[in-house]
Design a protein around this ligand. Structure first.
Ligand code: FEO
Length: 169
C-alpha cells in the first residue's frame, strides 16, 4: 500500500515536471522569436522529455493504486536577457528538480517503501544526465561569448535533436 505522504509528494512532482515542460516550451517560443530555430528545437524536445517524466509518475501512481491529483500549473517567464541567461535558468531549474527528487527518495526511505525507492532510482540517474546536458551547453555558451558565428553553428547542431523516449526500467 502506497502512503498518502508519497502520493501527495508524487502529485506535487507531477506538477513540477509539467511546469518544467511549460518553462521549456516558453523558452522554445523565446528562441523562435529570435529566429534561433535550433535552440528552439532543443527546448521543444526538452519540453517533451518533461511530459514523459510527468507521465511516468502519473502511471506509477495508478499502478500503485494512488490517486492522481493534477494541480494548477504556474505561469512561466517568457523573456530572458540572453541565450546564456536562459540556459543559466535551465541549469538552476534542473538543480531544483534534483533536490525535489532527492526529497522524494528520503520520504520513500522514511516510509520504508522499497518499491518507490527502486522506482525513484530512474529519476536520480535521469537528473544526473539532465544537469550534465544543461551544464555542458552553458559552458559552450560561456566559451563562445559574443561569437555570433559560433552561436549559429551551435544553433545548427541543435536542430538535429530528436525526442527519443528514455529507456525505462
Ligand atoms: Fe524532469 Fe528536467 O527534469
Amino acid at each position: 500500500m502506497i502512503s498518502k505522504k508519497i502520493v501527495d509528494t508524487i502529485n506535487a512532482q507531477i506538477n513540477e515536471e509539467l511546469f518544467s515542460s511549460y518553462l521549456y516550451l516558453s523558452m522554445a517560443a523565446y528562441f523562435e522569436n529570435m529566429s534561433l530555430t535550433g535552440f528552439a528545437n532543443w527546448m521543444r524536445i526538452q519540453a517533451q522529455e518533461e511530459q514523459f517524466h510527468a507521465m511516468k509518475f502519473f502511471d506509477y501512481l495508478i499502478e500503485r493504486g494512488g490517486e492522481v491529483e493534477l494541480l494548477a500549473i504556474e505561469k512561466p517567464e517568457n523573456k530572458w536577457d540572453s541565450i546564456l541567461i536562459a540556459f543559466e535558468e535551465t541549469l538552476k531549474h534542473e538543480e531544483h528538480i534534483t533536490e525535489r527528487i532527492n526529497n522524494l527518495v528520503s520520504i520513500a526511505f522514511d516510509e520504508k517503501d522499497y518499491a518507490a525507492q527502486n522506482f525513484l532510482q530512474w529519476y536520480v540517474d535521469e537528473q544526473v544526465e539532465e544537469e550534465a546536458a544543461a551544464s555542458q551547453i552553458l559552458e559552450q555558451l560561456r566559451f563562445l561569448g559574443e561569437n555570433k558565428h559560433g552561436l549559429l553553428m551551435l544553433d545548427r547542431e541543435f536542430r538535429t535533436r530528436v525526442f527519443t523516449p528514455p529507456v525505462t526500467a
